[in-house]
Structures are given as C-alpha cells and as structure tokens.
Design a binder for this molecule. Structure first.
Ligand code: ADP
Ligand code: MG
Ligand code: ZN
Length: 482
C-alpha cells in the first residue's frame, strides 16, 4: 500500500437540445410530448432517397452558443456520418461533425473562493438526435419495445471541454454556468430531467502534481447535477482505491445507478464503437462567413457575467448580490423591473435576495411563478420609503402579499396596517402609557434613564407596532426630558 495522493482530472461532454421550432434537416416540429411518430417525415424516418436540408435557425443558435463560450467559429465546417446500429436510429448513422466542427478553442471561466479558473473548451459541434426506445412489460411472454421517432432529427450541439476540471464541485460549477449561458441565449431550455441538457463525464486520476493524464473512464446517464457530482465522487474514490492497491484503471464506459449509488461497467474499450466517420455526401460544407458571424453576434443578449458587472456599476450593489441576482435571466429581469419601479435598487435587491428568494425556496417555486410581482414589490418599497409603513410592518405585509397574492396597498388597507404618523395620535397613546405605569415613570424621573426603552416598547405594543418608531422616540423624549 502506497501513500501517494491523487488528484482528479475531469472533462465534460455536454449535449444541448436547441430550441428551434423545427428539426435540423427537415421541417418536422420539435414539440415535446406529441403522440408517438406524428412529428415525422421521410427525412427523419430515414427513408431511402430522402435528402436532408440544413435548418438555418439551428446554425444561428449554435453560433450564438459557440461565441458565448468564446470559441473561434470555423468559416467552413463539415458534416460527417457517424455509423452505428441502433433501433431508434433509422438511417444506421447519425449526422454529426467530426474533424471539422462548427467551432473550436473556447473557454469558460469558473470562480472558486474568489479565484478565477479557466476551463478550455475544445469544440462545439452540431448533430442530430436519435429517436427514443421505450421498453415495456416484465413477463417474458409480454415484453414489448416501442420506437418513437419524434425526437429523431432534433438539433443538438455538443460542447466538449478539455480535461481541465479538477473536482466534482468544479464540474458542477462548469455545468451550471454552461446551462445559465444557454438559457440566457434562449437556445436551450436547460431541462436535465427531460433530457434537453445531457452530460457525460470523463474522469481519471493522477499523482498530485503530475502533468501526464491517467487512464479515464466515461460516465453516462447523469441526468441531474446531483448525479453528476455523486457519480464523480464515487468514481474518483473507486479509481483511487484501485491504484492504491497496485491495480490499474481500465478504460471503459460506466453507468451511474441511482438505486445502487454506484457506477458499473457498460462497455470496455474493446467493445467501443468504431464509427467509421466519413464526410456526409448529402450536405454541402457549412459556411459561416465573418459577416454572418457579426450579424449573429450583434443579436446576442447580455450574458450573465456582463450583466453582473453592470449591476454592480449601475445599481451600486455588492458583487455577491449581483452574482445571485443574475443566476437566471428571469431573476435579473425581476430585479431590474423592481429597481426601476421603486427607484430604490438597494431595497429591491435586499427584498429579493432575502425574503423573496427564501419564500420561493420554501414553496419550491421559481421566480417566474412568484406570487409577488415586481410592480407589487416596488409598491411595498414605496410605502416604506414614504414612511407609510415601518420596516417591521413591511415584513408582515410582505408575507401576506406572498400568501394571498395581493398588492401591498390592499394588504395594508385590509389589515389596517397603516403606520401611525399623526403626532397627536401618538401623544395620546404616550399619555396613556405614562398614566398606566406611575412607578416606572417615577424611577425615570429620579434618574433611571434606562426605563426609556420600556416606554417606547409599551407605545409600540399599544399601537400594534404601527406607530412610527422615530416619532415615538422624539415625542417621548420631548415629554419626559423637555
Ligand atoms: P475520446 O476520443 O475518448 O472521446 P476525447 O479526447 O475526444 O476522447 O475527449 C473526450 C472527453 O474526455 C473530453 O471532454 C476530454 O476533456 C476528456 N478527457 C480526455 N482524456 C481524459 C483524461 N485522461 N481524463 C479525464 N478526462 C479526459
Ligand atoms: Mg467522445
Ligand atoms: Zn422530419
């Protein structure tokens, strides 16, 4: 048994379904959930003689993604046939890209403990998705497999990183950032459960400090962020144990089992496919010239990192807050609308970062289905800023707004929660409180100034917290010390 310490090396291959309305090589709909085999035609059914025609919108979306990942887009890229047999692959090959992909040499910057870590992106290429096999039945005499070709020909991009990710947490961060960027661009919905974003992880270990790469295994079937992290942790521990016992890692593809919480072998290197790639004769080379690239770039929205920096500069909020507020485009829009309507960005940020995100999380809601709209939150902030309600009352009003989906003013009206700012009304309460506590008043007058807080508390209590605290303090001082 040796005591070498090992470090993990990870490379991710991510498939993202593009949000075009129609498929990559035919005009069939990409809509999810249609009855089986209804969104099909001779092209995506793989009928002999049918010819593919590239969907322009697919290229636009893929180029946006490639540019967002800082890639160089190749002026000419080549489609290639990737040959293999599978029942849900009717042509017997998948149209993909091989030695001349759409884009190369990109990168994505991660952040860990305030330090930046750059992961190089090897390539972004285009390909078509296969259909789906559905297996049904348990008894031998009653087992069926069904083929649904609705998904056949759905456009995908594959984003391949270099092996420059060094921990499961970094892999998680990489995938999160990648997903957020795709969502910002509105080129992929990022739904891992539905399979519109899929991730394979390649992982090896090597003695810490070594420059050479160890033998990798490839992990498939990671359809959530949690599984990605768990599978990597398991696999790193398994490989480490193997090497420490003097064994060796076998290059193979492994599957993650959620029920058993472990990876197990699917196929070895020897069983690996030889895809016999060759250039697709039915499609011309794809040309994306600089003008088209410029046009596509001009149409790209602000990305998370730029938005974060703008939030810090424009709204004077801390970088941490800006980071949280830009985690999704919808959340960022919610913040900006609230900030604009309330003319109080700091308060908008505080309410969203604190109470709103906490309540949304508690009820398992995302910002799109928030019961409080930016308009209503801005109204509440306005009520605080104009001293109609106190900060403490606002917390209760907020909770009622969230639960009952009502605007701030309606809650204030219905619950009679308006702040008391009338000095006469407060003075009346002060007199009552003093009259009701003669002994403590006596103590105060004989120099026990600490009882001041007691009177403030009593006045607030008598007004159910509705008296303006600043005014209570002022009036009480004037009455006692004046
Ligand atoms: P393959 O030809 O086996 O598909 P590639 O070179 O295309 O290998 O890389 C596929 C993925 O595996 C990439 O994301 C890459 O970063 C990653 N990768 C390659 N070698 C290693 C390694 N030794 N350890 C971890 N990941 C690796
Ligand atoms: Mg590969
Ligand atoms: Zn079709």
């Amino acid at each position: 048994m040796t005591h070498t310490t090992y470090e993990a090396v990870i490379g991710l291959e991510v498939h993202a379904q593009l949000l075009t309305r129609t498929k990559i090589f035919c005009p069939c709909s990409t809509r999810f959930g249609a009855p089986p085999n209804t969104n099909t035609c001779p092209v995506c059914l793989g009928l002999p003689g049918a010819l593919p025609v590239l969907n322009r919108e697919v290229v636009v979306m893929a180029v946006k993604a490639a540019l967002a990942f800082n890639c160089r887009v190749n002026p000419i890229s080549i489609f290639a046939r990737k040959n293999y047999f599978y029942p849900d692959l009717p042509k017997g090959y998948q149209i993909s890209q091989f030695d001349k992909p759409l884009a190369e040499f990109g990168h994505l910057d991660l952040e860990e403990n305030g330090r930046s870590h750059r992961v190089a992106i090897k390539r972004v290429h285009l390909e078509e998705d296969a259909g789906k096999s559905i297996h049904d039945g348990f008894a031998d005499s009653d087992r069926y497999s069904y083929i649904d070709l609705n998904r056949s020909g759905t456009p995908l991009i594959e984003i391949v990183s270099e092996p420059e990710i060094y921990s499961p947490a970094q892999a998680h961060d990489y995938l999160t950032r990648l997903k957020v960027i795709l969502e910002y661009l509105q080129v992929c919905d990022g739904n891992m459960e539905e399979g519109s974003l899929r991730c394979d992880a390649n992982v090896s270990i090597r003695p810490a400090g070594s420059r050479t790469l160890g033998t990798k295994t490839e992990l498939k079937n990671l359809n959530s962020f949690r599984f990605l992290q768990k599978a990597l942790e398991y696999e790193i521990a398994r490989q480490t144990r193997l090497l420490q016992q003097g064994g060796a890692v076998t290059q193979e593809t492994r599957l993650w089992s959620t029920t058993e919480q472990r990876t197990f072998p699917m196929r070895s290197k020897e069983e690996a496919h030889d895809y016999r790639y060759f250039p697709e004769p039915d499609l011309p080379p794809l040309a994306v010239d600089v003008d088209w690239q410029r046009e596509i770039r001009a149409d790209m929205p602000e990305l998370p990192e730029e938005k974060k920096q703008r939030f810090v500069a424009e709204y004077a909020i801390p970088a941490y807050d800006a980071g949280v507020l830009t985690t999704t485009r919808a959340l960022a829009d919610f913040f900006e609308e609230t900030a604009a309507r309330s003319r109080n960005p700091k308060a908008a940020s505080n309410w969203i970062m604190g109470d709103l995100l906490r309540d949304l999380k508690e009820f398992n809601l995302d910002i799109e289905s928030s019961p409080i709209s930016p308009t209503h939150l801005a109204e509440l902030i306005g009520c605080i800023d104009s001293r109609e309600v106190s900060g403490k009352m606002a917390k209760d009003i907020f909770e009622a707004m969230f639960r009952e989906k009502k605007p701030a003013r309606q809650v204030i009206r219905e619950k009679g929660l308006k702040q008391i700012t009338d000095p006469d009304a407060i003075t009346t309460v002060i007199e009552e409180v003093l009259a009701g506590n003669p002994r403590i008043l006596e103590q105060y007058m004989s120099g026990k100034k600490a009882t001041f807080g007691f009177f403030v508390g009593q006045v607030m209590k008598a007004t159910k917290g509705q008296a303006n605290p600043r005014l209570v303090n002022e009036l009480l001082r004037a009455r006692l010390d004046g």
